[in-house]
Ligand binder design. Sequence first.
Ligand SMILES: C[S@@+](CC[C@H](N)C(=O)[O-])C[C@H]1O[C@@H](n2cnc3c(N)ncnc32)[C@H](O)[C@@H]1O
Length: 500
Amino acid sequence: MSSLPLESVRPALPLPPDERLLPRPHARLAADRTALLQPATSGQLALQLPSELPHLPIAPEWKDQQRLWGHSFHPMCSYLASFPAGLVHAFIARYTRPGDVVLDPFSGRGTTPLQACAEGRIGVGNDLNPFAHILTAAKVDPPTKSDVKTRLAALRVNWAAAAAGWNEIAERVTADPGSPEILVPGAGTRPVGGTIAIRPDASVPAEVALAFHPRTLAQLLYLRAGLDADDRTDRFILATLTGILHGKSASYLSAVMPNTFSMAPRYVRDFVARTNFHSPERDTFGLLEDKIRRLYRQPVPAARGIALLGDARDSGLRFREALQARGLPERARLVVTSPPYLRVVKYGYYNWLRLWLLGYDAAAIDDLLDDAHHRDAYLVFMREVLRGLRSALADDAVVALVIGDVEMDRGRPANGGVGLAEAVWEMAAAPEGYRLAGIALDDIAAGRKMTKLWGDEAGQATKLDRIVVLATSEAGRRRAIYGASLPIDWSWPPRAPRAL
Ligand SMILES: C[S@@+](CC[C@H](N)C(=O)[O-])C[C@H]1O[C@@H](n2cnc3c(N)ncnc32)[C@H](O)[C@@H]1O
């Protein structure tokens, strides 16, 4: 993993001070990676590691719920390898009360913090991927519906005045795709008064130009330049826009690729040339309004949460600082998270079009993230994450790690992917003093997995998710075991505030 600072990915938009990447304590640890890989001493292991790891009887009831179970913000934008909201509910309902803090150091599209907020808990998410950060922040710190409607109406009015100029530039971009001569304002540069001559930023990549109808591209360029990712309302609109950018129905802006992930740029260029593809014209404002209406079908979450941008290894410290700054309880009673799978998903590459919209470089994001590790480096990474998290956990906290067995690695048999959950317990969690409550199984139908990216074998990319349930103390371990078989309420939206 590269140590590329995030600021160098997108220097134009400074981050709020509490969300900057802090110096990474793990840099020191890297010098002693071999020592880190040693499990606890044999004496410790004999005490902590049963020869057969205990099964925790949490039934995967989330599989029996409707596809979109949970808060209506969840389907804002598809995100690879996200888990269902129902899985998070199975833990929130058993192990927290309203007002408790629930963390996810790898929050992705924000499933854990959003569902926590929707159930009256304080949901706090962290991710190193700025796309994930925008999605999480949009969901846990949303504007009111009327703020969004007012802002959209203002954008429409400004658009009417500025459309001619943007249409002209989009015509030029699509007539000569990829031309380095034609510059457009960059993401978030907010040209004043809708004019487009201010701060020309960069050319539009050919595969972006080919993906949209010229008039749709004009609207997109206008919104891309004018929306401010640091503003609550604009961020919500931007995050919603990523969700309707591409897909195979009339509710998406480009039909050139599916909704789940971006096809490779070369594929887009070849496909357009081979099939003489022309994307149909779509009204970005109309589709945005439709999507926003669907997202606000339910009331905004009962509690406001926090989204942080940074490395999971030092998220514990940042979680505490952010909670303290807002006068909230500083320690969490529950963590529900799924760390990056072993070499399964490249979040930059498979989201390059969404990242272009947000003004980020996909390759730089992939250099930054920890999703390309082989097994040993992955276990060191997980140990560092679990170590960093400790300071933000309550004495009786429960930590649920959803970990996939990876049988295939980008189309080839994977090295060390099977039994990964057990290895995470043995090599990463036990040496950091965690207690094991047990392992719950989340049996995945291979064909349904979103990580089905590499042809036939790819359905097996992650075959069986295991949920490693840990605790920070004996009291927490007992709490985890006792709660596992408690029946919980699956009605949604909830009829009354949920409590144990
Ligand atoms: C399996 S996904 C999590 C999906 C999430 N549970 C959801 O429902 O959307 C793993 C996440 O880890 C993030 N990630 C990778 N390396 C990271 C790091 N060092 N620190 C924080 N996040 C990281 C990726 O950006 C990705 O969003």
